[in-house]
Design a protein around this ligand. Structure first.
Ligand SMILES: *[C@@H]1O[C@H](CO)[C@@H](O)[C@H](O)[C@H]1NC(C)=O
Ligand SMILES: *[C@@H]1O[C@H](CO)[C@@H](O)[C@H](O)[C@H]1NC(C)=O
Length: 431
């Protein structure tokens, strides 16, 4: 008589994750079969970023009577998400070390690799003792086939231009990130994959640009616009701009003052100058200084800057407000209702009301309950809080995992539709 049980059924367990290779903003499908009927299993995902930081997620399921789990139909019972959510495992990846943000830095090099493992029981953090029943690794690419990256270092302009394959010309877009500075390229390349020529534009904290943003000099952004429009693969006459956070504030200023900019997408930003004033030739808009004394420290030892930006309805706001009614082109405000960095919805509503008072009607608002400040293309898991260049304490961005992911999926499509509507249609890429 043997005391050893051979788990024969489990040994036949099969894990399928498809497609093996996909773009980072597109869906993946996970299925398991060959399990015991009603067996409780764990699906675990592990991603190691370019810096060696680990991000993990897990979800527990009960196999059905055929011994199968299909994430399109099966509800997670617990783990990093619950309920039916096909992309739940990918969208709920969390850093192993607190306050890290998952972000692709080198977008043209190797893809992110996500290792998905199937365990025959509840496993929270796999140890060497937990042998998976099966494991699959899938690739998440940022560059579609043939999309080209060109380093831009011309005149004062610093950035990276992403061009879809083929002769074009393509609708042109400038892509701006926020107060962390540097050059962030992942949204620009994902947009280029869709057929836009996109300039990821650095404006401080990169190369020989100033280390901090003391003043927003719009001539820099004008120079970048002229440069982009001169490119033979960029279709004029106008450009779009997409900005997040500080980049949103600048995007609004660009469409207001620069003739080259004909459509702006402003994601979770202020609508008046905050912290840094604006200068453009003889135009000067003074900034409202950050009310740093209004910072709130949470129980987790993190900080919320929600009140630091001051209320847009504050009467001091009038002198710092961007006169967006001067903009000819349309503005799409995209705001997250659980933004803990600033009250982006209130800012956007105040700006739209101001535009209306002046007879400007082509402003629209997309507002997402439960989404956080860092609203990005799908594929970026929620970053609730992360360490941030200019602050010593980690900064709270806010958001609820599932609502945030849904907002990213919806807004990403809407942003592309908006740009195509106002810049003209794109060609098709062929990844
Ligand atoms: C179990 O799930 C699989 C995949 O969703 C499905 O094809 C199969 O019909 C299910 N079996 C039962 C008994 O529900
Ligand atoms: C990205 O990685 C590739 C391959 O390792 C390398 O050739 C390239 O120079 C890197 N790009 C940047 C911008 O660092």
């Amino acid at each position: 008589m043997s005391l050893i049980h051979f788990p024969q059924v489990a040994a036949m367990a099969c894990l399928t994750v498809t497609p093996k290779s996909s773009l980072a903003d597109s869906p993946v499908w996970i299925r398991a079969s060959g399990l015991d009927p009603s067996q409780v299993v764990t699906l675990h995902a592990l991603l190691t970023d370019d810096m060696g930081e680990k991000f993990q997620s897990r979800a527990h399921f009960r196999a059905n009577l055929s011994g199968e789990v299909d994430v399109k139909q099966a509800a997670a019972l617990g783990g990093d998400y619950v309920g039916v959510w096909p992309m739940g495992l990918f969208s709920s990846l969390k850093p192993e070390k607190k306050f890290r943000r998952l972000m692709k830095r080198n977008v043209t090099g190797s893809p992110f690799r996500v290792q998905v493992s199937l365990f025959g029981s509840v496993v929270l953090v796999p140890s060497p003792n937990n042998v998976p029943l099966a494991t699959c690794t899938v690739e998440r690419w940022y560059a579609a086939h043939g999309v080209e990256r060109v380093q831009v270092r011309e005149g004062k302009v610093r950035g990276a231009l992403f061009l879809p394959p083929g002769p074009g010309p393509f609708p042109g877009v400038i892509d701006l990130f926020g107060g962390s500075g540097g050059l962030i390229e992942f949204r620009a390349i994902l947009l280029a994959n869709k057929g836009f020529a996109v300039l990821a534009l650095a404006f401080f904290g990169y190369d020989d640009l100033p280390q901090s943003l003391e003043e927003v000099d719009l001539e820099y952004f004008e120079e970048a616009s002229i440069l982009l429009l001169k490119h033979p693969k960029v279709r004029g006459p106008g450009l779009g701009v997409v900005g997040l956070s500080k980049g949103s504030e600048i995007a609004l200023a660009m469409i207001t003052f620069l003739d080259q900019i004909v459509a702006a997408v402003c994601i979770n930003g202020a609508t008046g100058m905050r912290g840094a004033s604006l200068r453009f030739r003889d135009i000067y808009i003074p900034a409202i200084p950050y009310a740093v004394e209004k910072v709130l420290i949470t129980e987790m030892g993190t900080m919320s800057s929600y009140h630091v930006m001051e209320d847009p309805l504050d009467e001091r706001h009038h002198s710092s407000a961007i006169p967006l009614e001067k903009a000819q082109g349309p503005v799409l405000f995209v705001v997250s209702e659980s933004d803990q960095s600033l009250n982006s919805k209130l800012f956007a509503e105040a700006a739209i009301a101001r535009a209306k008072q002046h007879g400007k009607r082509n402003c629209a608002l997309l507002s997402y309950p439960g989404a956080g400040h860092l609203l990005e293309p799908p594929g970026s898991p929620l970053c609730y809080c992360s360490s941030f260049r200019s602050t010593l304490l980690p900064n709270q961005w806010g958001g609820e995992v599932e609502l945030h992911a849904k907002a990213q999926e919806h807004s990403w499509k809407e942003i592309q539709k908006f740009l195509e509507l106002h810049l003209g249609p794109v060609g098709k890429s062929n990844f």
